[in-house]
Design a protein. Structure first.
Lengths: 454, 296
């Protein structure tokens, strides 16, 4: 009898397991404007008292620096001082690539975490799964959030303002007799001089360090240069409305010709395709490279590998053709914290977002990382190394970068346009950029026709 | 029906029910769903998708990067196939009375039990162009002229990766062959020796036919492994430069996750299943029909 019972239980368990995946997919609920959403669809203001809210929240992150800070500063304990009945489970995912893979799968399974992060290029992808946070205090105090609203809904609060820098060693520049470049031509010239000067004694030297084995480290060039060239942060979205955006004379054509010319001039060292970002960052930190283009977050990695950063300086990537052109500089909201529609405790999740961006947590965090603050109520002085770029470039024009909306993403997926891979391909034997751009034009027009994008 | 017979039947039924249910839940159902998805345009996260008939199959055949990736799989397949002969020879050698055979067996099997990702990371540093151990070895041996861009030269990168794959999996095949060789009854081999068979004749006419089932399995494992190779190129080169070292599985995963096209990726997964079966059948016909003349 006992055996029968065990067998029956096992059978039921297996049957249940088999049918879990067959359940109908719950349609994502519509985002709400301000406050949180109740089951009836009404908007409510976040609860006034912390003790009224309860539940367990999953907070999924990929950022190592944030993870370290959370662990070192007992984020959960501090949050529970105000909200004693809310549990927080921090889920650290290896890196952002893995993060998006996991989130895509979890979106389809109705299992997104309560609080998730987005980048500018994933906001459009997850827009149906994110609650509108436009009514929150965190949004009101954030200088970038409203600029990334989709259909007038703020789907995430950027944790930092992301600037892109070119890191360089001042003493190496001085020894080689070069100065900080202010135009693209000067930038190429400087890199060549550095390569010639240091490369003759050190065959491993790279004037510009770029770990193309990982492909993504070319993003300051391949992702941002089209926007810098056009002065249009919405460049990807503009392209979605064109049939031949890669045609000769277009902004992306001009930008990629510049990148191709730089990459193939030998300034990336003897084998950039054989090195990843970690390796080239270490080599830069030990002065086996003179220039490294990365976001502000890169400073922490360089500091970790360098013995002394007194000679470390920064400037903004000069993509302009002449000094009379505007000096365009990318700025973007980074790490957009959002509340998902799959959250069973949306009130608590919104309360967590509010707390995260409040005096109780955000000021300490933003001072811990090298990135710039995105909150108007908690301004932060830039790190002296990063501030040098502003001193060198008082006339900069900020270009607010958008990673691309629905139409662009759909065309990009259809055409398999991978700008980061394209940058790495430039270094391969026999690569013909013009042929590649021409092929992309054909695919682009076909994709627009197929997807009926006007 | 006696009580014992009834109980026996019940036991057999329940014993079968559990694996069958597991098989249905985790193999049959996902496979059927995969096949269904291959006819849709599902992006991997939207709640709905459209049925698009054979569009994905047509798109797959037109995708030149995918077929380049498949060509790269062929490098793994051919190299591993030729190595099977060497593996067999090693297995015979290690099965015979060899001094310190146990030590060699352990050494041969060791790479297989080490985590594949760890191996890939280790070899990516080994072949690194800057401070890489392999180049340092060549320099120490005054063989600088042989130094290449091991992980970024399109002409050699697949061979380098296939070498790492060999390093990892050959030991596994050797152990399988050894297990099969050890299961051959001693009297058969002794009888052959008494009849005057030399080592080659013993290997060709006694040992090989006796372990043919295992050879079949290893050959099948080679096809499956070569077509599904993922971790080594993923970690060591991410399929680059360009798609020069991409493999069919790597491209399938990129299609699903980077380009959010789970429908097309499902089509590729169906294609890989079909290819494994087709190549296995052809290989079987060739080996049994032409080479062994159906001798088992």
């Amino acid at each position: 009898m006992k055996r029968k019972l065990i067998a029956a239980l096992l059978t039921c368990t297996l049957a249940a397991t088999a049918f879990i995946g067959c359940g109908s997919k719950e349609k994502p609920s519509a985002p709400v404007n301000g406050g949180t959403q109740t089951e009836s669809g009404e908007n409510t203001e976040p609860a006034a008292s912390g003790e009224d809210l309860s539940g367990t929240l999953t907070f999924a992150i990929w950022d190592n620096n944030l993870n370290d800070f959370i662990e070192q500063n007992d984020m959960v304990g501090k949050f529970q001082e105000k909200y004693p009945n809310i549990e927080i489970e921090v889920e650290k995912i290896k890196d952002d690539s893995e993060y998006w893979n996991a989130m895509k799968m979890r979106a389809s399974a109705n299992q997104l975490p309560d609080v998730m992060f987005n980048k500018t290029f994933t906001l459009a992808r997850f827009k149906d799964y994110l609650v509108d946070l436009s009514g929150t205090q965190a949004c009101a105090n954030n200088e970038l959030a409203a600029g990334y609203a989709i259909d007038e809904k703020v789907l995430g609060i950027p944790m930092t303002s992301g600037y892109e820098y070119v890191f360089y060693w001042k003493d190496m520049f001085e020894e080689a007799g070069v100065t900080v470049p202010t135009t693209w031509g000067e930038f190429e010239e400087t890199a060549k001089k550095l390569q010639d000067y240091y490369g003759k004694d050190n065959p491993d030297f790279m004037a510009i360090a770029c770990g193309l084995k990982d492909e993504w480290p070319d993003y300051p060039y391949m992702e941002f240069m089209p926007a810098l060239e056009s002065g249009n942060g919405q460049n990807w979205n503009t392209m979605a409305g064109q049939d031949a955006p890669f045609a000769e004379g277009s902004d992306i054509y001009k930008a990629y010709q510049k990148v191709n010319s730089l990459f193939t001039s030998g300034v990336l060292g003897k084998d950039p395709l054989g090195l990843g970002n970690d390796q080239v960052t270490s080599l830069f930190a030990t002065k086996n490279a003179a220039i490294l283009a990365l976001g502000d977050w890169g400073l922490q990695n360089i500091q970790g590998g360098a013995e002394d950063i007194s000679q470390l300086g920064t400037f903004y990537l000069p993509t302009r053709n002449s000094e009379s052109d505007p000096y365009n500089v990318i700025v973007q909201g980074d790490s957009f914290m959002g509340v998902t529609t799959h959250s069973k405790n949306q009130d608590a999740a919104v309360a967590f977002v509010e707390w995260f961006y409040s005096d109780a947590w955000y000021p300490d965090y933003i001072n811990y990382v090298t990135s710039a603050s995105s909150m108007t109520n908690f301004p932060k002085d830039k790190d002296p190394v990063l501030a040098e770029a502003d001193e060198l470039c008082p006339d900069k024009v900020l270009i607010m970068y958008d990673g691309g909306g629905d139409d662009f993403t759909a065309i990009q997926n259809e055409t398999t346009f991978d700008y980061k891979k394209l940058g790495a391909q430039m270094m391969t034997d026999g690569f013909d950029l013009n042929a590649a751009l021409s092929e992309l034009n054909e695919k682009w027009a076909a994709a627009r026709a197929k997807l009926k994008i006007q | 029906m006696s009580k014992l017979s009834k109980k026996r039947k019940q036991f057999i039924f329940i014993s079968l029910l559990v694996p069958v249910l597991l098989l249905i839940a985790f193999v049959v159902f996902p496979a059927v769903d995969l096949f269904r998805m291959s006819f849709t345009d599902w992006d991997g996260y939207s709640p709905s998708s459209n049925f698009i008939w054979l569009e994905n199959y047509a798109a797959m055949f037109k995708n030149k990067d995918l077929w380049l990736s498949l060509k790269n799989n062929a490098v793994y397949f051919v190299i591993h196939l030729f190595m099977i002969l060497v593996e067999l020879a090693f297995a015979v050698l290690l099965t015979s009375k060899l001094r310190a055979a146990k030590f060699y067996k352990t050494m041969v099997f060791m790479p297989y039990i080490i985590n594949g990702v760890a191996i890939s990371y280790a070899f990516s540093y080994f072949f690194s162009p800057v401070n890489g151990a392999f180049n340092s070895i060549l320099e120490a041996l005054h063989m600088e002229s042989f130094i290449r861009n091991w992980l970024s030269d399109e002409k050699i990168v697949n061979f380098v990766l296939a070498f790492v794959s060999l390093w990892r999996f050959s030991g596994y095949h050797i152990i399988l062959f050894m297990a099969a060789l050890q299961s051959i009854p001693q009297d058969v081999e002794e009888a052959a020796r008494v009849d005057g068979a030399n080592a080659w004749q013993l290997f060709r006419y006694v040992q090989i036919p006796a372990i043919m089932l295992m050879v079949d399995f290893v050959l099948f494992d080679n096809i499956r492994g070569a077509l599904q190779v993922f971790d080594i190129p993923f970690v060591m080169t991410a399929g680059g430069p360009g798609y020069a070292s991409s493999t069919f599985t790597l491209y399938t995963i990129k299609t699903a996750f980077t380009f959010s096209n789970f429908g097309l990726a499902s089509t590729m997964a169906v294609a890989i299943m079909v290819m494994i079966v087709v190549i296995y059948v052809i290989q079987n016909k060739l080996i049994h029909g032409l080479i062994l003349k159906d001798r088992r």
